[in-house]
Design a protein. Structure first.
Length: 375
């Protein structure tokens, strides 16, 4: 099997600075597929992301018709502006339909939003706003796979289903790739009945993982583990650390262990590149993150309330799938993490008979305490 190249990145926006040189850098790598891992636009930025009840929701609650119309128009305008960016569009049109995208919080509605669970939570997205978000995301996703001559109209989105785009499985050069929707059924992690994927999508994920024994790539927006967050959350370390977990965390890892197959989990969200390594000791799931494709430029930092380190851009990752056999149980995945002209030393992950061979450890280190809401 020839070298297959998969580019992946996340977190970009045209609102605060139109220059996005990352897309030309990715196109120069001649990828066979492109994965966009959330926050393809930003509906909120900087200090406004810390508000207990986001401005978009306050507008909706004050005047539902006017607030919803304004939310719908702005969400559409930002998706369209991103799609029309010349370098982005040039890359998308060069991909021959081999582009897939997932959503995170900022392109679903606002920072740290939930769409299920406690509806009194300040960051819960009301159902009418969820319906608008679903339709406009479907419109954007379709324009990436089959780019039209011009971006569809706002009214055209009303013809699309007001439902999540999930349970999406496709292949890149014979390698299965699963795209996860981690927003449409997401609760707060400390909810009495926490959920990241919803039961239907979770059961689909476990079934897909156990359906085969070859290399599997899973793409989501949220890292499984990073710092004190992700699919698990750890509280302050002193005096007694506490942790919480979405049930899908253990369910996914257990399914991968039963399948005895190499699994690569790709994510975004955290505004940096990161090779996490095995999610747990000897786990068959290895995490790699690339985030910060086109963050706002330095001149905008004070204006939108972002600390300077959030203004780093031009980050993306490349997977090189090399020497895979027909069953995808033997081969190598070479990982390159790019930031502008800088490229981190490549990481080579080899696997044979469906098992990773001594994968290097990454940023994921100590295990978290037993989750308070373990199920």
């Amino acid at each position: 099997m020839p070298d297959t190249r998969i580019a992946f990145t996340s977190c970009f926006d045209t609102t605060f600075g139109h220059a996005q040189p990352v897309w030309a850098r990715i196109q120069a790598q001649r990828p066979d597929a492109l994965l966009l891992l959330g926050d393809s636009i930003y509906m909120d930025w900087g200090l406004e992301t810390r508000e207990a009840v986001p401005a978009w929701k306050r507008d909706f609650l004050a005047d539902p018709a006017r607030g919803l119309a304004r939310f719908r128009q702005t969400l559409y305008d930002r998706y369209r502006a991103q799609w029309e960016h010349p370098d982005f569009q040039a890359l998308v049109r060069s991909m021959n339909g081999q582009v897939r995208v997932v959503r995170d919080d900022h392109d679903f509605a606002w920072n740290d939003c939930t769409a299920a669970g406690d509806q009194t939570r300040g960051r819960y997205v009301p159902p009418p706003m969820q319906a608008v978000s679903h339709r406009l995301f479907r419109q954007f996703a379709a324009a990436l796979v089959a780019p039209p001559a011009t971006y569809p109209s706002l009214d055209a989105s009303d013809l699309l289903p007001a439902t999540p785009l999930w349970k999406e499985a496709w292949t890149v050069a014979g390698v299965p790739v699963l795209m996860l929707d981690q927003r449409s059924a997401c609760t707060d992690i400390e909810d009495p009945a926490p959920s990241l994927l919803g039961d239907g999508q979770a059961q689909w994920l476990y079934g897909q993982v156990e359906a085969d024994s070859g290399l599997l790539i899973i793409a989501g927006a949220t890292p499984m583990r990073h710092g004190r967050g992700g699919w698990v959350k750890t509280g302050q370390p002193a005096p007694f650390p506490e942790s919480w977990a979405f049930p899908e965390y253990r369910g996914f890892l257990d399914a991968a262990e039963r399948a005895e197959r190499p699994v690569l989990y790709l994510a975004g969200d955290i505004h940096r590149n990161d090779y996490g390594g095995p999610v747990e000791h000897k786990s068959p799931v290895i995490q790699v993150v690339s985030s910060g494709a086109a963050q706002p430029w330095l001149k905008d930092a004070i204006k939108i309330g972002l600390p300077l380190f959030f203004n780093k851009s031009e980050k993306f990752g490349m997977l090189h799938l090399q020497g895979l056999d027909a069953d995808r149980r033997n081969g190598t995945v070479r990982i390159e993490l790019h930031e502008g002209e800088k490229v981190d030393p490549p990481i080579a992950l080899t696997f044979s008979e469906g098992e990773w061979h001594k994968p290097p450890r990454g940023s994921i280190r100590d295990l978290t305490p037993e989750p308070l809401n373990a199920q």
